[in-house]
Write a protein that binds this ligand. Structure first.
Ligand code: KG4
Ligand code: ZN
Length: 340
């Protein structure tokens, strides 16, 4: 007989955040993230530095997660970890740690797909947050991915649209870099955009058929625009920061919303759940909320701490896999690329 409740320790280390969480069934007891500021000065994540920082952070982060949850490691029912996709050196740190801890405690090990976790973060039991019903559409927008996913059940989902080049988070971050803003620039564009005019500088949308996205052309367009304007006026960026950011954010939101509308049309599904770091964007949140009255969609935006990379989302997938005995043995390997 399985003990109830189920306590899962979840570990996430796919990119530049070392994260651990403890869940009691589908409730989060603790959710700890150690962000790596070292990458800021390089304008992007440096894989070698990320894996070294994970090695330094992983023990204290897990320790704090267990302490905050008030759980001793001997009480754990299972350990969930991010198997991929992500940076190999980073994934290996979390994966190896999870494996050896599960082995030493003699409890089940559960592997989790990072992108499934962004989708299923909506099923964390949290007061004031509704859970979507199957089937629903998930739009996962982060620094590494831009996908529209048809979610039929916990373990049956298919990608129906994705980026052909840069992810939307990269579009934000690279645009921010062009404007001389530090990495990650997405939140700063969001901040300035709130004070600017979204129609000040009209950028054009890329022409990509169907449900796929492309953001690399937009980045080039912004680069040429800024170069031309600063040649005319060296203070162009400083004098127009709010309007430039508002215009960039506006075009990115339009690109995302255009594709979502097609996805709704094609599938007939009007429940939309967003996830990934970019779903923290206030413009995207507001625009999405407006569709509830405008088109009768029902939208789901997770709590902020479950939206950017975190281990609680790994834990919720771990919990549902645990319920179905979807366990791994110690031969499981981390994968930089992994099938959806
Ligand atoms: O999901 P996440 O934490 O990590 C990845 O898996 O990529 O997403 C990070 C991305 C970065 O590109 C960051 O600039 C972007 O999310 N981001 C934002 C905002 N907050 C984070 N982009 C726009 N507006 C925001 N408020
Ligand atoms: Zn992510």
């Amino acid at each position: 007989m399985r003990k109830s409740p189920i306590f899962i320790l979840a570990i996430e280390s796919s990119c530049d955040d070392t994260a651990a969480a403890v869940l009691k069934d589908d409730k989060v007891l603790s959710n700890v993230v150690a962000r790596q500021s070292i990458h800021e000065e390089y304008g992007g994540v440096v894989p070698e530095l990320a894996s070294r920082a994970h090695q330094q952070n992983i023990v204290p982060v897990i320790d704090v997660a267990l302490k905050k949850a008030g759980i001793d490691k001997t009480e754990l029912s299972g350990i969930a970890f991010t198997q991929g996709p992500g940076l190999m050196g980073s994934l290996l740190v979390g994966g190896s740690f999870a494996k050896s801890m599960a082995l030493s405690l003699d409890i089940p090990l559960v592997s989790v797909h990072h992108m499934h976790a962004h989708v299923l973060a909506h099923f964390i039991d949290e007061e004031g947050f509704d859970k979507p019903e199957f089937p629903f559409l998930a739009m996962t927008i982060s620094g590494g991915h831009t996908q529209i996913i048809k979610v039929n059940s916990f373990f049956d989902m298919q990608i129906i649209g994705e980026t052909t080049d840069d992810a939307v988070g990269e579009a934000f971050d690279k645009s921010a870099k062009i404007l001389g803003l530090p990495y990650p620039g997405g939140p700063l564009i969001d901040k300035y955009a709130q004070l600017g005019n979204p129609k000040a500088f009209p950028f054009t949308k890329p022409k990509v058929s169907g449900l796929d996205f492309s953001f690399s052309g937009l980045k080039t367009q912004i680069l040429y625009f800024v170069q031309k304007k600063t040649a005319e006026n060296p203070n162009f960026i400083q004098e127009n920061m709010n309007d430039i950011c508002a215009s960039i954010q506006h075009i990115i939101i339009e690109i995302l919303m255009d594709k979502l509308k097609i996805a709704v049309q094609e599938t007939g599904i009007t429940q939309i759940a967003i996830g990934g770091g970019v779903s923290a964007n206030s413009g995207i949140r507001n625009t999405l909320k407006e569709t509830e009255t405008k088109y009768g969609w029902k939208t789901f935006i997770p709590k902020f701490e479950y939206t950017t990379d975190n281990a609680a989302m790994i834990g919720i997938v771990g919990y549902y896999k645990f319920l179905e005995n979807k366990f791994e043995d110690s031969s499981v390997v981390s994968k930089a690329r992994i099938d959806f």
